[in-house]
Design a binder for this molecule. Structure first.
Ligand code: AP5
Ligand code: MG
Length: 224
């Protein structure tokens, strides 16, 4: 497994729901030329599959619960063995628990660990506004926003012409639960990367262009 894993460039985006991890990942892919894995997207794709594992994932996703580490870890480690990640990868939504962060460091001999963790943060009211106005393409999953990234034609994806839909977990009550889960389960990994001097913190209450600019500068300062 380990020989196919990227040698050096593993970068992970951490941050609360709606902060813009997927949006910034998309820009970083173009800038750095390395691919992106969103565990949320992987799980949403898997949840309608027929395999036993897909069905298990679906059970948790439909309840808007974190997929347990015992499922997430083998799933992501298998994904990372693919050749397309051999020169590096931008992780979005993984690791999301301390157990996952530690497992990524140690799961196989000589496995590379995360080089840089990027914490994106913004006030809760901004997160709620972004999530309540997000739409995604039901076909190609491109993300839009009725305020900040509207499609050219209302309800239609600019990329593939598919229908735009709301994400089930963007309902206000579910968003509150996701914010609580983030604070309880994900926030502890920030300290984990901070103590090993691998953390960059970026104010995400800005336009994607400004955020990317700050991020590229911060990444360069870390010698990435
Ligand atoms: P996931 O899909 O990763 O959800 P999330 O972490 O809650 O984050 P989001 O995708 O909702 O937000 P984002 O930060 O990517 O923001 P986006 O760029 O879309 O995970 C879903 C679920 O899967 C989890 O809840 C969990 O159940 C499960 N899961 C996933 N990974 C797991 C793991 N490792 N372990 C266990 N379970 C796991 O932006 C949001 C909106 O704002 C968009 O409309 C966008 O256009 C807009 N926007 C973005 N940036 C800006 C900006 N700067 N200015 C204005 N608008 C902006
Ligand atoms: Mg996302």
């Amino acid at each position: 497994m380990a020989e196919h894993l990227p040698k050096h460039r593993i970068l992970t985006l951490i941050g609360p729901p709606g902060v813009g991890k997927g949006t910034i990942a998309e820009l970083l892919v173009k800038k750095l030329g390395i691919p992106h894995i969103s565990t949320g997207d992987l799980f949403r794709n898997a949840m309608n599959g027929r395999h036993v594992l897909d069905k298990k994932i679906g059970t948790y996703m439909r309840k808007n619960k974190f997929v347990p580490d015992s499922i997430t870890l083998p799933f992501i480690f298998h994904e990372l063995t693919k050749r397309k990640y051999k020169n590096g990868v931008i992780l979005d939504g993984f690791p999301r628990t301390l157990v996952q962060a530690k497992a990524l460091e140690t799961h196989a001999k000589n496995t590379p660990h995360v080089d840089l963790a990027i914490l994106l943060n913004a006030p809760t009211r901004i997160l709620q506004k972004r999530l309540s106005s997000r739409m995604i393409c039901a076909t190609c999953r491109t993300v839009f926003n009725i305020h900040s990234r509207p499609p050219k034609l209302r309800g239609i994806c600019d990329v593939c012409g598919g229908a735009l839909v709301w994400r089930d977990d963007d309902k206000p009550t579910v968003v509150l639960q996701r914010l609580r889960d983030y604070k309880q389960l994900t926030a502890p990994i920030v300290r984990f990367y901070c103590t090993s001097n691998r953390l960059i913190q970026i104010d995400a209450d800005a336009t994607p262009k400004v955020i990317l600019h700050c991020l590229i500068e911060a990444i360069a300062q870390k010698g990435f």
